[in-house]
Design a protein around this ligand. Structure first.
Ligand code: JF5
Length: 221
């Protein structure tokens, strides 16, 4: 998969995507990730990327011209163009799985008060939020989406990690888990997990997962 990112803060992307599984995906060629500075597509003396909203009001908007030029330079007919902002539909695992089917993504990171509406109408295929809170810009949301999508690409996770994924994909929160020691400072591992009765362990885990989900995320039941 090819993922291009358009951002005013390219330096924010150094680090998080150069570690662990995403690093391996990039090195093996499963992910071709390129970060582009929106300011490189602004050609006036001050390389202006923002302007005041018509009709007045607080804050600044991203100007359409640099974004249109960047999109014209960075996309093909098959690129899925996605804006990141709090006004988007909320990103989730189902959307990650859907995006993982794409050949090319262009993620456009919002900033200030957001985008000129013509960017939305003419360029964007989708607009995504990563949750109901406000960030200073869309770089972190872009990295969240890149991470969630990349780990779903065929070949990115090792066998061990993929098997883990299957057991977690039952739509509930995970049951409590323990490793050694069986008694840590007087805090004991539940007896059932030491019993060797695998049917009873499976029943206990299912019950715990349902209880925990009901407590913390009743919306998932
Ligand atoms: C942004 C205008 C984009 O704050 C966010 C965000 C929160 N959840 N998902 C995305 O993006 C940055 C801020 C203001 C456009």
């Amino acid at each position: 998969m090819k993922i291009d990112v358009l951002t005013l803060f390219p330096a924010m992307f150094a680090g998080p995507l150069d570690e662990s599984i995403i690093k391996r995906a990039r090195e093996s060629g499963l992910l071709d990730l390129q970060i582009h500075n929106l300011r490189d597509y602004a050609h006036d003396r001050h390389r202006t990327v923002d302007d005041r909203p018509f009709g007045g009001g607080p804050g600044m908007l991203l100007k359409p011209e640099p974004i249109f030029e960047a999109v014209e330079n960075l996309t093909s007919a098959t690129t899925r163009i996605i804006l990141l902002s709090p006004s988007g539909r909320t990103f989730n695992q189902a959307i990650a799985a859907e995006l993982a089917e794409s050949k090319e993504l262009l993620l456009i990171s919002g900033h200030y008060e957001g985008f000129d509406e013509r960017v939305r109408e003419q360029l964007a295929d989708d607009e995504l939020s990563i949750g109901d809170y406000v960030l200073t810009n869309g770089a972190l949301p872009a990295m969240v989406i890149i991470d969630a999508v990349t780990r779903l690409l065929p070949g990115v996770l090792g066998d061990e990690e993929s098997a883990q994924e299957e057991s977690f994909s039952h739509g509930l929160l995970e049951y409590p888990q323990y490793t050694r020691p069986a008694d840590f400072r007087g805090m004991k591992v539940p007896d059932v997990l030491l019993s060797g009765d695998h049917a009873e362990i499976a029943r206990w885990r299912g019950e715990q997962a349902r209880l925990r989900t009901g407590e913390r995320r009743p919306d998932l039941l």
